[in-house]
Design a protein around this ligand. Sequence first.
Ligand code: AMP
Length: 302
Amino acid sequence: MSLLIVGSVAFDTVKTADGVAEDVLGGSGTYCGYAASFFATPTLMSPVGEDMPAGRLDEMRAHNIDTSGILAVPGGKTFRWVGRYNEDFSERTTEDVQLNVFGDYDTTVPESSRDAEFVFLANGAPEAQQAVLEQLPNRKVAILDTMNHWIEGSRAALGRVLTMVDGLLVNDEEARLLTGETNLIAATRRLTGMGPRFVIVKKGEHGALLAVDGRMFALPAWMAETVKDPTGAGDCFGGGLIGHLAGQGEATVDAIRAGMVYGTVVASFCIEGFSVVRLQEITRDDIEQRREKFLEMITWRQ
Ligand code: AMP
């Protein structure tokens, strides 16, 4: 079913103990779009600047991503983000954010995506997320991702858009920041009271929690031995999830749980390389094979 992903398309500079990747393709929408494209054909919506090479968009199209929603702003500069990881990747510091064209852009949804049924609002300004939702009267399932930048700076607008979505995706730190709860189970439960039918709290290498229809589930993460750059893992988790839901055409509890497994698997590939390099290399077969191993790893028959 039709899938629209809205988020940033960016140039990232990523610094790790092993090296630096400078001005590589990144962005919440980019990672989410690549991840979803294994399961459905997402339309990606984002502003970019004149500095975005056409080749990057050609690569997206070659990867089953519809780029008709990526609009170049005349004279504009693409969103830029600089992040540094500590040695074991347990901490990330944002060294610089330049919103550029992403700071205030035209949120008019392209005519061809107005009937979108599945929507993923990757990290971005809550005001823009709301403006997009208001143009999608046929949406069946909308999932929203957010981060500390928006929780701290646009809390009221975020509260409004939360009442319009079906699902919320946050990490543990963001869940605590949004609710003021230190206990993560309590925080997850509290978040469902803010509007969404289901809430997923990502805990990085410790997996994810799901609260839906009054029930709670826990999913471990893939045991990753090769970690080169964790940037985009959360967005890939979201992309795998919404891609699977759009492919299935429904968001039942079982579909959400299966989507979380796909999200985990795609994210585990993403972190094996800088930027979207690993996502461009792998196939759906690689995903299915790792999914089998993952399910075996987390299932205990007693
Ligand atoms: P993640 O590692 O899943 O948190 O996603 C990191 C990606 O999000 C990077 O590629 C950044 O370009 C992008 N990003 C960082 N800050 C923001 C922001 N404030 N709004 C939208 N995207 C962002």
